[in-house]
Structure formats: C-alpha cells, structure tokens
Design a protein around this ligand. Structure first.
Ligand SMILES: Nc1ncnc2c1ncn2[C@@H]1O[C@H](COP(=O)(O)OP(=O)(O)OP(=O)(O)O)[C@@H](O)[C@H]1O
Length: 345
C-alpha cells in the first residue's frame, strides 16, 4: 500500500545542511496499522510529511497505492492526496467554522455536491461519536473531541490511508486510549491502512501491528510489534521498551544483591505469550537447590498477549544457579543477569 524506497531528505538552511532522512526504506501493507517510533529530531515528521509530499524528498521513491508520489504533477498530486487523510497533534481545525463545517471543508474542496456532502458529514460525525456537537465551535470542545473532528475530517474523502502525526501527544492517557480505540475501529471497519508516528511506546503497544524504530534519520529496526517487544535488537528499541515496562532496577535492589552473604545473582526474566502463564519459575525452584526471591514484577499485554518481566534474586552455588537459569532459557524465557554477587567468604 505504501512503499518507501531509499528515501533521503536533506534540509538546506542558510547556515547548514540537515540530513533528516538517510536512505529510508519500508513497506506498509494494506489494512495494517504501522507505527514509526523515534526520539525528538529522529526524522518522524519529515518521513510522514514526505508520504503525501507536504515535504519534497531529496531523493528516493514513495509509492502509494501503486502511484509514485514523487512523479505526480500538481493536479495529479491533489487527487492522490484525497486518498490520504491526515490527522495532527494540534488538530489544525478552522476555529471560525462549526464542527459540521470543519468536516465539510475537504468535501467542498473536492466539489462534492452539497446534499451528498451533508449526508457524508452526518455519517462521519456519527462514526466519531460527535453527532450532538455538529453546531459547536472548536473552542467549545475538549482535546479528545477536537481530535475526533480531525479524524472525521480526515475520513471525509473516503481515503485508503490515514496518516497520524503524533495525534495523541497532546491528550491525557485516558483520552489517548479512547482515540486509539477509535482509530483501531476505523482501521477494522473501513479497512483503512494507518501509518502513525509517535514517541510513545504505549501507542505502539495499544494499536500497531508492526513498528519501525527510527534513530538519527535511519530506520534501525522494523518488525512485528510482538517480536520487537519480546526481543528488541537495538539499544534504541530497548530503551523505548524500558520506558513502558519500567524494568529499571531500583538501586536498593542492587544493594540487596550485593549485601547477600551467599553467592547470588540478580536476574531479569522477560516472558511473552504462553510461557507467562506457566509455572516455570516454581518448577525451577523445586528442581534445583537454590532459593529465589521475587523482588519486582510487571505484567502487561501486547495485542492481548501477556508480556512482562520479573526481577529475581537467585541464591545458591554458582554452578547450580547457572543450571537453573539454563532451565528457564530452555523454557522460552529471556534471561538478563543484572548483577553477579560472588560468595563473600
Ligand atoms: N524545515 C526544516 N529546515 C531545517 N531543518 C529541519 C526542518 N524540519 C526539520 N528539520 C530538522 O530535521 C531533523 C528531523 O526533524 P523532524 O521534525 O522530522 O523530527 P521528529 O522525529 O519529527 O521530531 P519531533 O518528535 O521533535 O517532532 C531535525 O534535526 C530537525 O531539526
């Protein structure tokens, strides 16, 4: 549906050249929700804005629904953009127009007959749950309601693709959840492909099928959300993941391991999917001559699949601890040794 090949964007300012995208390639499949995550300045906005040519690429191709966007004339581009809706962090509504007329706006531009357009706007307001706000002005709406208007407006021309530029960054967590749920419903009901950019791993976790991690103008990792959550391959992905599973080990836990009289290891056990529900840890404790303290635990869900990590202090003979950890690994758990505390006597 969207195929980006060797996309490079260099901004030229009077003082310098900024490489905002460096040879980026990725494919977004029809019907999926694809997330691009990166820190501030990584190149996310530039990338999403290149897709509908709000930003002109320096080189590379962008094929949307079979059409190379970089080769289109002005008129062709105008038509192609009707297939691509966009929503924004700060909603970009027209303050002097009512909710109804904001959603009507793209239909006026596309010269859709008035009667047909009014019917379409009413349907869209129903879809986003704002039927009763049709006559309100943007200033009379909450942030979540404004974004619902933005979504209805983006869908007005029946697009095949929806681009979301940090659409929930200005919203509180609960409103974010409701907007993400709406986007997911739209994706499923209308079969619209969604490409979103975010700096928030929670957004990726809640609705994306696949994710690309962008770091300093380059895509450093692309994959299924579940795979990246269970086994991040780059430090950038790891740090995004840590931001939501809160797996930083508190200092006092590290001290506890150091002060222990026996030989001990502080380990993080990450689990995903079915292994989360299995009593592997209690089996380990029974099977090996070790003691284990659970110091910290956290279970979350990615696309309804349990996902989490436990921090365990395991005490015993080093060789037995190693066997016990190998047993956990053999049972599909990820093990990371956070601290080795050798026997103090
Ligand atoms: N119009 C511009 N002129 C010059 N440099 C620009 C321009 N727009 C963006 N940049 C630079 O390009 C790089 C990528 O910016 P971009 O806005 O794409 O990043 P981002 O990941 O979206 O960041 P944020 O999350 O803060 O919006 C940054 O170094 C930025 O300063």
């Amino acid at each position: 549906m969207i195929e980006i090949k060797n996309l490079t964007k260099i901004y030229t300012t009077p003082h310098q050249q900024v490489l905002a995208l460096d040879n980026v390639s990725l494919t977004v499949n029809k019907g999926e929700i694809f997330g691009i995550i990166g820190l501030s300045g990584a190149g996310k906005s530039t990338l999403i804005r290149c897709i509908n040519m709000l930003e002109k690429p320096t080189s590379g191709t962008i094929i949307v629904d079979g059409e190379d966007m970089t080769l289109l004339s002005k008129d062709e581009l105008r038509l192609a953009r009707q297939k691509i809706g966009m929503i924004f962090q700060h909603f970009n509504l027209l303050s002097s127009r009512t909710v109804f007329d904001n959603v009507m706006f793209p239909l006026e531009i596309a010269k859709v007959p008035r009667k047909e357009a009014k019917k379409r706007v009413a349907e869209l307001l129903e879809l986003v749950g704002l039927k009763d706000k049709a006559r309100a002005y943007p200033s009379q709406l909450s942030g979540g309601q404004k974004q619902r208007v933005g979504i209805a407006r983006a869908l007005a021309n029946d697009p095949k693709i929806l681009l979301s530029d940090e659409a929930t960054s200005a919203l509180d967590p609960e409103t974010t959840r409701s907007i993400l749920k709406l986007l997911k419903d739209i994706n499923r009901q209308l079969n619209i492909t969604i490409l979103l950019i975010t700096h928030d791993m929670n957004v990726i976790k809640q609705i994306c099928d696949r994710v690309a991690v962008i770091d300093k103008a380059r895509i450093v990792e692309i994959g299924d959300v579940l795979t990246i959550f269970s086994n991040p391959a780059t430090p950038t992905s790891r740090s995004f993941l840590d931001s939501i599973i809160k797996s930083e080990v508190p200092e006092d836990l590290l001290h506890l391991a150091q002060n222990n009289k026996e030989s001990s290891r502080l380990v993080r056990i990450s689990f995903i999917g079915s292994s989360a529900g299995e009593p592997i840890i209690s089996t380990m404790i029974k099977k090996f001559d070790i003691k284990a303290n659970i110091l910290y635990g956290n279970i979350d869900r990615v696309k309804d699949i349990p996902f989490g990590n436990l921090i365990l202090e395991i005490m015993g003979e080093p060789v037995i601890i190693k066997e016990a950890l190998d047993f956990l690994k053999d049972n599909g758990l990820e093990i990371e040794v956070l601290k080795n505390a050798p026997s103090s006597n």
